[in-house]
Design a protein around this ligand. Structure first.
Ligand SMILES: NC(=O)c1ccc[n+]([C@@H]2O[C@H](COP(=O)([O-])OP(=O)(O)OC[C@H]3O[C@@H](n4cnc5c(N)ncnc54)[C@H](O)[C@@H]3O)[C@@H](O)[C@H]2O)c1
Length: 381
């Protein structure tokens, strides 16, 4: 029988609503051990909490004070989707209240904030803690992962992982918290998009030992929406070049987190080139993945169109397309499966260790980019 796990949501904005929608159509999935039921919501903005109560009859508690939600004994697990500057204070309180935690990336505004979160996770081993990152749940990404895991890649020539937005291409777009250093962090675009590009490389064991980075702040001012022009100090685009050590001299890893990428809306892509195996997937062409097995002669890419070949089976017909909202639901299915004692069908959500590793990389990239240097990456064990 499917177990019901009662959730509280702290932060009912863009991502809080995505979870609500995924939970509300849980019957879309045909084989899950557990299902989330949102019983409590917290946001400072009553318009948002009212949206939850209007759409989800299961919501019994509405509050603007997250401590009231944490005191609710019916809440077993919490999804927290608040601005980055609040992660290091709220996540530990969620754990101290005895709840499981699904936290949004970047899991702390910077490496120090992440350390505080990691310490609280160590102090509360009975809580399951995972970090959000949904793009690897696209069927094409899953194909790529399984293909690479299945066997000999030969020598890896290069790994490139990118997340390309056009969200900041318009200089007249008013500033919001994601463009303010105090709330979004000195990482800028790397804090927003870094976990997305690193989830898959870290899962496949590719951790750069050193990095350099080119950081771009193309629009240093923005309108504030009230007729004024204000400073916009966050990095718009970051291109990180890392070196991953292996017993063959290592290989480069290129990580692009761009919020100004003309022609892109929300493109997440991974390309792995090896002397024996190569693979490529991009959400720009979400039905399709490409792969090559090279054994001499011409290098020929194979191209396969995919339907709804999801990690967790669903009612959608096998030939139909998969999209962002589906990736969100698949990610949640993986978390719910782990909560119910499963192994997330072999591909779990980002772990606290992976979140810490991504901070180590972003922290080094920030120093490298602002000092025009190459930085050693110090991983926390
Ligand atoms: N996984 C993804 O693809 C993805 C995409 C976008 C954002 N995010 C992450 O999700 C988190 C939230 O981003 P968002 O886009 O949903 O932002 P958002 O601004 O839409 O929502 C954040 C909400 O938090 C609320 N909030 C602020 N302080 C609060 C407090 N003290 N108590 C309760 N609520 C409070 C705000 O009122 C707001 O509604 C961030 O960590 C961000 O990096 C993840």
């Amino acid at each position: 029988m499917t177990r019901v796990i009662k959730f509280g949501v702290i932060g009912c904005g863009l991502m809080g609503k995505e979870f609500a929608s995924a939970a509300a159509r849980w019957f879309h999935l045909t084989d899950t051990k557990a299902r989330p039921e949102i019983v409590a919501v917290c946001d400072l903005n009553p318009v948002l909490t009212n949206w939850f109560s209007a759409n989800l009859p299961s919501v019994k508690q509405i509050t603007a004070d997250y401590r009231e939600l944490l005191a609710n004994e019916t809440v077993e697990a919490v999804y927290c989707a608040v601005p980055h500057n609040l992660h290091h204070s709220i996540y530990p309180e969620i754990l101290a209240a005895g709840k499981h935690l699904f936290g949004e990336k970047p899991f702390g505004i910077d490496a120090d904030a992440n350390r505080k979160i990691q310490d609280s996770i160590l102090a509360h081993p009975n809580s399951l803690v995972r970090c959000s990152s949904e793009m690897p749940f696209f069927p094409g990404a899953q194909k790529l992962i399984n293909f690479l895991r299945a066997g000999d890649l030969g020598d890896i020539i290069e790994v490139e992982a990118a997340f390309l937005h056009s969200s900041d291409l318009n200089p007249d777009k008013p500033i919001n918290w994601k463009r303010i250093v105090d709330m979004n962090g000195a990482y800028g675009c790397m804090g927003d998009l870094g976990m997305h590009v690193l989830h898959l490389p870290l899962r496949l064991g590719w951790k750069p030992s050193r990095v350099s980075a080119t950081l771009v702040n193309r629009f240093a001012t923005r309108p504030d929406g009230q007729g004024n022009t204000v400073p916009c100090e966050t990095w718009d685009n970051a291109t990180i070049l890392g070196h991953v050590d292996d017993d063959r001299g290592g290989f480069p890893i290129v990580l692009k987190t761009w919020r100004i990428a003309p022609g892109h809306s929300n493109t997440w892509s991974v390309r792995v080139l090896g002397t024996k195996k190569s693979a490529y997937f991009s959400t720009k062409n979400p039905c399709r993945w490409q792969f090559m097995t090279y054994a001499g002669g011409a290098g020929v890419w194979s191209v396969e169109d995919l339907g709804f070949e999801s990690l967790f089976p669903a009612i959608t017909g096998g030939i139909f397309e998969f999209g962002f909202a589906d990736a969100i639901q698949q990610m949640w299915a993986a978390f719910m499966d782990e909560l119910a004692g499963g192994n997330a069908n072999g591909f779990g959500c980002v772990t606290p260790q992976e979140a810490a590793d991504h901070h180590a990389i972003l922290n080094a990239a920030l120093i490298a980019g602002t000092t025009n240097s190459v930085q050693h990456v110090s991983y926390f064990e």
